[in-house]
Design a protein around this ligand. Structure first.
Ligand code: HH2
Length: 285
């Protein structure tokens, strides 16, 4: 796949200070998931009490998480989450965010809303993660540009279309997002692309995206993959979300082998161990 003309691959002469050590490392950075929601698909309601949220963040950092990704609105890739307004999202974040930041690991905020992103940055968040790739709220790109922090641009679709070539669809989506980013003044070294496993995709399309991950390299940006506990795993091996560790590890190892530099995962210790062991073996080739 070739990138469309107007977004010729960006050589990263400049590298974000925050991202540089992870981009140079042999195995990907692991982003531990902290959902302070009542309804997330695999852990909804487990960490919405502030003390439990903080304890979970602490545990993930102790397990080696490089980044903590905090989300206060479930995006439920397949079941149709209840959307919440920005006041509710901020109300869920307010009691915990500064305390999570104080633990010392860089914090990313998983939101599609500019005002929530701004609130999180004011609390010390170091990164933005937008599951609508800057295309939902026009304020997001401006907030990201002003703060000059890394931003994850994730592919998403309103509706599933099994007939689509999903990687082609991603190319068109990323072209729009990158155009928005450029116009807002987001620096290329702050951009990370994400195929959005499970979002607006059939299980087959999620697996195609993983199989063809290398095709996204033409854009010239680091890739993040979040396959943790997602439904495509159950399409191969029927299981509930909390029984999908094996499938998550398989998908994340293949993603790492295909160039992913960031892995978003619920199970930090197991994910890091798998990545490091695979890397140690590959080093002996
Ligand atoms: N997946 C989820 C949420 N945010 N962000 C990125 N960049 N990539 C992903 O694949 C991704 C994401 C869905 O997982 P989870 O947070 O566990 O569930 P929920 O959205 O129901 O809270």
């Amino acid at each position: 796949m070739t990138p469309p003309d107007q977004i010729a691959a960006v050589p990263r002469q400049r590298v974000s200070k925050l991202l540089a050590p992870w981009l140079e490392r042999r195995w990907p950075a692991v982003m531990g998931i902290l959902n302070v929601t009542p309804d997330s698909f695999s852990d909804g309601g487990r960490f919405d009490a502030p003390e439990r949220a903080l304890a979970h963040a602490k545990a993930m950092i102790a397990e080696g998480a490089d980044i903590i990704d905090v989300g206060a609105e479930s995006t439920r890739p397949y079941k149709g989450a209840t959307p919440v307004d920005e006041e509710e999202e901020i109300r869920r974040l307010r009691p915990i965010l500064r305390d999570v930041v104080a633990l010392g690991a860089p914090v990313s905020i998983d939101t599609m809303k500019g005002n929530v992103a701004r609130f999180a940055l004011d609390c010390g968040a170091a990164m933005l993660n937008d599951v609508w790739g800057l295309q939902r709220d026009p304020l997001m790109a401006r907030v990201a540009a002003d703060a000059a922090v890394p931003v994850v641009i994730m592919h998403n679709r309103e509706a599933v279309d099994p007939a689509l070539d999903i990687v082609r669809d991603m190319a068109a989506f990323f072209t729009r997002s990158l155009d928005i980013a450029a116009k807002a003044g987001i620096k290329p070294e702050n951009i990370i692309l994400d195929p959005g496993i499970g979002f607006g995709k059939t299980p087959q399309q999620s697996m195609s995206a993983l199989a063809r991950l290398k095709e996204l390299e033409v854009f010239g940006y680091p890739i993040l993959v979040g396959a943790s506990r997602k439904r495509f795993i159950a399409s191969v091996s029927p299981s509930e979300p909390d029984q999908r560790l094996g499938g998550s590890l398989a998908a994340h190892l293949l993603a790492a082998q295909n160039g992913a530099k960031f892995i978003r995962a619920h199970d930090v210790a197991a994910t890091l161990q798998a990545l490091r062991v695979a890397c140690a073996i590959e080093d002996l080739r």
